[in-house]
Design a protein around this ligand. Structure first.
Ligand code: HMG
Ligand code: MG
Length: 310
């Protein structure tokens, strides 16, 4: 076990992974305002949207408009998820900084998510990476279903290694390992990372945990112990992949921040600003966001209101 790091990076994927799973259509104006709030919370990375087929994810059809309207803050990287050249063309018409390409370690999830087999996906992703690099963008790769697939069950670390190898050899700058359906426990994360870590620089790896069964923070602690320092999360625990049955939200940014801050791991992110951005999205979606920190905040507010009424 490595000593815990003193710094970690939180990559906010709420505007993309979070909203892609929401049925309530959020307006461009509200998305823009939310990204602006997130930009002012000290986060250094925000995945703003995706340029997938709007028929597949109607919620994010206005990606270009959102990217055109936000106030980009210096020091913040604004990213977008892109499945193919058509998506890249659209992304390059916006002022996005980083392009994320994506695929799955398991065949069936790959087909269900992007309508191609893994082998059919490689040349598509390769072309996107080369063209995005030529346009001066940095590239993040996502690999989904690194522990389990909603259709095939357990995924072998060899499948993860094979796809990760392809993605790095095609030129990605960072790889985010996605536990898409939120079923993993720390021993499984350890088993997978033991196989993967010897092959790639740990600084180029990130973990992306969904929290369906409440094990995401435990998995993040295990990942920290193994040297990973970059974690994806979504404000309010929003999110899920519509093409992965049973997948619930991402680990909540504010719950991750609480754990890291209490462990004296510096992220630069301010809790109050996150909670304010969480309240904003609760009002837009007209539902409470699913995180411990938001629940505590709601309880405190209720307590203060009762005090005032006395
Ligand atoms: P397809 O139907 O196979 O596409 O969809 P196609 O290449 O056959 O093209 C069909 C038509 O779609 C053509 O138009 C294309 O131009 C158009 P036509 O000639 O018929 O008029 N088209 C597009 N239009 C706009 N933007 C595009 C685009 N591409 C094609 N980008 C495709 C293939 C990949 C597009 C589709 O399957 C898709 O959009 N999938 C995305 C699904 C998705 O967004 N999933 C969630 C994100 S991944 C995730 O959440 C996991 C992650 O968080 C990590 C984790 O948790 O593990 C990242
Ligand atoms: Mg995800």
């Amino acid at each position: 076990m490595l000593p815990l790091p003193i710094k970690a990076t939180i990559k906010e994927v709420g505007p993309r992974d979070g909203l892609q799973n929401e049925v309530h259509q959020v307006s461009t104006e509200h998305k823009t305002a939310w990204v602006n709030q997130l930009s002012e919370s000290g986060l250094s990375y925000i995945e703003v949207t995706s340029f997938v087929h709007p028929k597949w994810i109607p919620q994010l059809a206005d990606g270009k408009e959102v990217l055109a309207s936000i106030n980009k803050q210096p020091g913040v990287t604004y990213a977008a998820l892109v499945p193919n050249m058509k998506g890249l063309e659209r992304a390059l018409q916006s002022n996005v900084d980083e392009i994320s390409v994506f695929m799955s370690a398991s065949e069936s999830h790959n087909v269900s998510n992007i309508n191609k087999t893994i082998n059919e996906t490689y040349p598509v992703v390769k072309e996107v990476i080369s063209a995005a690099k030529a346009a001066g963008k940095t590239i993040r790769g996502y690999l989904s279903t690194v522990i389990a697939c909603p259709y095939e069950g357990a995924v072998e670390p060899e499948q993860v290694l094979r796809a990760a190898d392809h993605l790095f050899s095609m030129g990605i700058d960072e790889l985010s390992l996605g536990e898409t359906i939120g079923v993993a426990v720390p021993t499984q994360v350890e088993g997978m990372l033991e196989k993967i870590l010897p092959h790639f620089p740990v600084e180029q790896l990130a973990m992306h945990f969904h929290d369906t069964r409440g094990t995401a923070l435990a998995n993040i602690l295990k990942s920290l112990e193994m040297g990973i320092t970059t974690f994806d999360s979504a404000l309010g625990g929003l999110g899920g992949c519509p093409y992965a049955k049973g997948a619930a939200g991402n680990v909540a940014t504010e719950d991750l921040l609480y754990m890291l801050a209490e462990m004296k791991i510096e992220t630069g992110v301010q809790m109050e600003a996150l909670v304010a951005a969480g309240e904003y999205m609760e009002a837009i979606l007209a539902k409470p966001l699913r995180s411990r920190q938001m629940e505590i905040h709601r309880q405190l507010k209720r307590g203060q209101e009762l005090e005032r009424k006395r």
